[in-house]
Design a protein around this ligand. Sequence first.
Ligand SMILES: Cc1cc2nc3c(=O)[nH]c(=O)nc-3n(C[C@H](O)[C@H](O)[C@H](O)COP(=O)(O)O)c2cc1C
Length: 164
Amino acid sequence: MIIVYESKTGFTKKYAQMLADRTKFRCLNVKEILKSNSDEDVIFLGWLKAGEIQGLSKLRKRNIRIKAVCVTGLARIAEPSPEAVIERNNIKNIPFFYLRGGCLPVNELKGIDKIMMKMFVKMLKSRKNKDEELIESINHIENGYDGVEEKNLEPVLKWLEDKA
Ligand SMILES: Cc1cc2nc3c(=O)[nH]c(=O)nc-3n(C[C@H](O)[C@H](O)[C@H](O)COP(=O)(O)O)c2cc1C
């Protein structure tokens, strides 16, 4: 088994490296695995961008055997919902784990990501009834947030243990 990740701002990479430390599996990013001739089974970690798991389609095009998909995102649970993420990314038959990631302050993002997040936070701010979770999301996007915690990997480690 090998760990493969796609990460733009480093939060997913942190989880991938933590998982590699715990399992002693090799850890490569998507570019590296595509350059290699590895035909090992893969635990994939990718980040969510508007509900789409980044990096996954690149592995699929190469018929890489993906045994589990771990997804990082900003919200407490996968947004818009775990079911919608599974459906949209066509991973119904693959074990799925959501790991809370993090974000840089929106002003430190670049290009299209910055534009998208600015629009998203504006939309959140325009909502009339703001609950505690919504206020938290606005705060995280504007000021940055790091939700990466080793304990979030426990379900992944348990799945690996159970299948060993
Ligand atoms: C343009 C953009 C769109 C995003 N869309 C989502 C989303 O749909 N759901 C979610 O939970 N998080 C979303 N996020 C948050 C990222 O998935 C989260 O910050 C992730 O942990 C970043 O991983 P990375 O540091 O490895 O790149 C989005 C972030 C950006 C910049």
